[in-house]
Write a protein that binds this ligand. Sequence first.
Ligand SMILES: [Fe+2]
Length: 184
Amino acid sequence: MIYFNKELVCLEGKEIKRNQTKLRSYIEYYQEHKHIENLDQVIYEVEYHDNGLNEGDQGGLFWGISHVMPGTIGNEYHMTKGHLHKKAETGEYYWGLKGIGLLLLVFEDDSYELQKVREGSVHYIPGNTSHRLINCGVETLSVGACWFTESGHDYSNCHFPIRVVKNGENKVEIINSTSKNQNK
Ligand SMILES: [Fe+2]
């Protein structure tokens, strides 16, 4: 049995696994990635119910919470790596628990949508859609997720044509990605 602690907005219990993603592991995803100090800072953490199933198993579900820390790298807001699903046609639900942010969805036809994430917002991510969370607020962005065990994560073939940057005092601006490789 696990519990959702709604005061602390986290999961509790023995059957919880946590994966932290440090800046060092994906610094090149950010536009300004030279002369950045503290590469060992944790940018986001995913905690999920270790329900005995493995990624790739048929017919099961995973359930967890992503926490994206507040801040910027250069002027670009902290974000998750973003991914497609290895089993690309599978969808997923996200829902906002705490903080303010954006969910970037990039569809098969290359069109994109930025959905505002806040406490109580519910987001359906269709299959074949690249998805990434961006924390453009001043506190941790915590987002619940439910996805298929068979979905998997594909970090190579996803596609993110825009970046979200801080322009001035907490002004959020959307700019086109200048990266040649728009996966990053
Ligand atoms: Fe996903």
